[in-house]
Write a protein that binds this ligand. Structure first.
Ligand SMILES: [Zn+2]
Length: 469
């Protein structure tokens, strides 16, 4: 499997360093509100990556953190008058609901920052001892960037660029640094803004900075050198750059062998922003009648290193595409027995698998992988005409689709419960059809349609389904 490594700026082969288990870290959510579609794009990409790694036969240990200590979680929990852990717990639960809705496979471990402050204090202590960090008069601890010569190697920025960037972002926390680009490892306790959220450290009371959270948890669960670190491109600088500086200064070893970043998402051609009101959460989209599966397909189908323009037209397009797949699967599932002049799909199936895997293993080339799938559907559907496929061939095709869906995760449909009333009408219609009472059968079909369901008759029998818009 080949990936594009952002630090090396080239494609490389992905392999576990220990030859057994690939160790992957992905930056998780800050649990103070609902994830927006920009965040969800990154999580869906990481899920495609996770599934592709597993599909390639590698074993995987995947850790995703929950950031439950930072300015936003503390301020928001205080504004809500709810203890920090309770407040963030609710949003963590909402995050897991989103993952389930989007059919995202869970990581092996979801460590929360609040449970790992001891490890963070240990790392900061070691950085202080080695001279990579200093305490300020106010009781903050900062990382001394000038001492870490490789700073900027990930984002390919030089320190002079960073100083210019940093000077635009000076805030109250930054006034007592030696150097403007130094970043906080530890923030001194502020009774006005921090309420009762603080931990005791050898250099004073306070709380860890955001960046050290990821370093401490990645190292604790994955070791001093991990195989792959993944996140959104907006986190590359300064967050990931800072993770590297802290970790490598502390351990003296390479922090992550490889880095991957998902590009931005824009909405209807514009940058997402609160003022444009083009911020959507998954809940917003579900309440507009879209399904998690449709949102997943849309977020998935643009290559992760391309800017994704999220539009409602695109979401409708995803719905149409999934219906084509569903329709294909339905027809295959309804094929019974042998067909006269049966055609053989084996060659088509192996061509599909070969094409799809070659593309997906090439840095998740999703567009090309999906086009192999649709070429295949078209060929089986039209050129061979489903009429020439018997049950055994149909099952071969279905098995191939199921195999590829281990990677895509889009083919399983949400279960729609059929109301009792509809089922009853359907059964009455079956009886009418057996008696060849076509008038009654038609009348019952219309009644079923009036309730929002449709009856489909095929050579293998009839079934009832939810009517689609
Ligand atoms: Zn992180």
């Amino acid at each position: 499997m080949i990936i594009y490594d952002t630090k090396l700026e080239k494609k490389v082969e992905l392999r576990p360093q220990d030859g057994r288990i690939l160790r992957m870290y992905t930056c998780g959510p800050t649990v103070y509100n609902f994830a927006h579609i920009g965040n969800l794009r990154t999580y869906v990409f990481e899920d495609l990556l996770r599934r592709t790694i597993l599909f390639s036969g590698m074993k995987l240990l995947h850790v995703m953190n929950l950031t439950d200590i930072d300015d936003k979680t503390i301020r928001s929990s205080m504004a809500a008058g709810v203890p920090l852990k309770v407040f963030t717990g609710e949003f963590a639960e909402a995050f897991f609901e989103d993952l389930r809705e989007l059919n995202i496979q869970p990581a092996e471990i979801y460590p929360a920052a609040t449970d790992h402050v001891e490890e963070m204090i240990g790392m900061i202590d070691s950085l202080l001892n080695k001279g990579y960090a200093y305490t300020s008069e106010e009781g903050n601890v900062f990382f001394r960037i000038s001492k870490f010569k490789e700073y900027g190697a990930l984002s390919h920025l030089c320190l002079d660029d960073l100083k210019v960037g940093a000077s635009n972002r000076v805030n109250v926390d930054e006034y007592d640094k030696e150097n403007l680009s130094d970043f906080a490892l530890w923030k001194a306790y502020d009774p006005v803004n921090d309420g009762n959220v603080f931990w005791e450290a050898p250099w004073g009371r306070g709380r860890p900075g955001w960046h050290i959270e990821c370093s401490a948890m990645a190292i604790k669960y994955l070791g001093e050198t991990i195989d792959l670190h993944v996140g959104g491109i907006d986190n590359m600088f300064p967050h990931h750059e800072n993770e590297i500086a802290q970790s490598e200064a502390c351990t003296g070893k390479c922090f992550s062998r490889h880095w991957m970043h998902a590009y931005h998402l824009i909405v209807e051609g514009k940058k997402m922003s609160k003022s444009l009101k083009n911020f959507f959460t998954l809940r917003d989209l579900l309440s507009k009648g879209y399904t998690g599966r449709e949102v997943r397909y849309l977020l998935l189908s643009t290559h992760y290193r391309t800017q994704l323009n999220f539009t409602f037209e695109g979401l409708d397009g995803a719905r149409q595409t999934l219906r084509r797949i569903d329709d294909f699967i339905d027809r295959l599932e309804n094929i019974r027995g042998k067909s006269e002049n049966e055609c053989d799909v084996t060659a088509l199936v192996s061509e599909l698998k070969k094409g799809f895997t070659e593309e997906i293993f090439d840095d998740l080339n999703i567009s090309a992988a999906i086009s192999h799938l649709f070429d295949f559907i078209r060929k089986v559907h039209s050129e061979n005409d489903l009429g020439k496929i018997g049950e055994k061939q149909a099952q071969t095709v279905l098995a191939a689709l199921k195999e590829l869906d281990q990677v895509l995760g889009v083919m399983e449909r949400e279960q729609v419960a059929i109301p009792k009333e509809v089922n009853q009408l359907f059964e009455e219609r079956e009886v009418a059809r057996k008696k060849k009472d076509w008038a009654l059968s038609d009348k019952l079909r219309l009644q079923i349609e009036g309730l929002g369901f449709v009856v489909e008759d095929s050579r293998s029998g009839s079934c009832v389904k939810k009517k689609l818009d």
